[in-house]
Design a protein around this ligand. Structure first.
Ligand code: 5GP
Length: 182
């Protein structure tokens, strides 16, 4: 048992399940965007682990960039107020944009980000999320690509943090309640 696993209540997706999920998404995206100019935009920080696996599972000459957003609120609940901390620096008018996100919960963050890029007149804007909690949705937004639908629980690992830590946990885990209820 490694040290990080003490934060983990239970494993929702192990390394192999995540690898299979990424492979499936990469193959689907490769098929859907063949012959098109695909521009992947990763939402930092949570999306960075998924992004690095996903781009290597896509067999197309993709361009990519990163944005950073922060959502105000306590560390296990989102407030819906999104602040753009880092933007991309290229115009999008001749590109098909695919936003790469770690997890969709209320949907507020992605609704905001998607609308922001749609306003820049790209050829298309779609959303790929590693994990989705559809039960929690508060706004009308459906991701175009979903790695795995998960239950309404606070998860960590595979890029997702608790208070800045645990992004490097290779599995997707339900965070132990005692960690944030202490
Ligand atoms: P939304 O705007 O869809 O409610 O929330 C999106 C953001 O909230 C995600 O990008 C992520 O940063 C954070 N978030 C939502 N659910 C979880 C979760 O279960 N675990 C962690 N670590 N972050 C989450």
């Amino acid at each position: 048992m490694n040290d990080l696993s003490r934060y983990c209540e239970r494993v929702l997706l192990n390394k192999q399940e995540i690898a299979d999920m990424v492979k499936r998404l990469g193959a689907q995206i490769t098929k859907d965007y063949e012959g098109k100019k695909l521009f992947l935009i990763c939402v930092l920080k949570g999306g960075f682990v998924f992004m690095s696996d996903l781009v290597r599972a896509i067999d197309l000459p993709v361009d990519m960039d990163f944005i950073a957003v922060s959502s105000y609120g306590s560390s296990t609940k989102t407030s819906g107020v999104v602040r753009l901390l880092k933007d991309i620096d290229k115009p999008l008018n001749d590109k098909h944009v695919l936003i790469v996100e770690d997890i969709m919960d209320s949907g507020l963050t992605l609704k905001y980000i998607k609308a922001m890029f749609e306003n820049r007149s790209p050829l298309s804007v779609k959303v790929c999320t590693a994990f989705d909690k559809p039960e929690r949705r508060r706004v009308d937004i459906t991701p175009d690509y979903v790695g795995a639908v998960i239950p309404d629980e606070y998860v960590v690992g595979y890029g997702l943090d608790y208070d800045g830590i645990l992004r490097n946990l290779p599995e997707l885990c339900v965070l132990k309640r005692s960690v944030y209820e202490d």
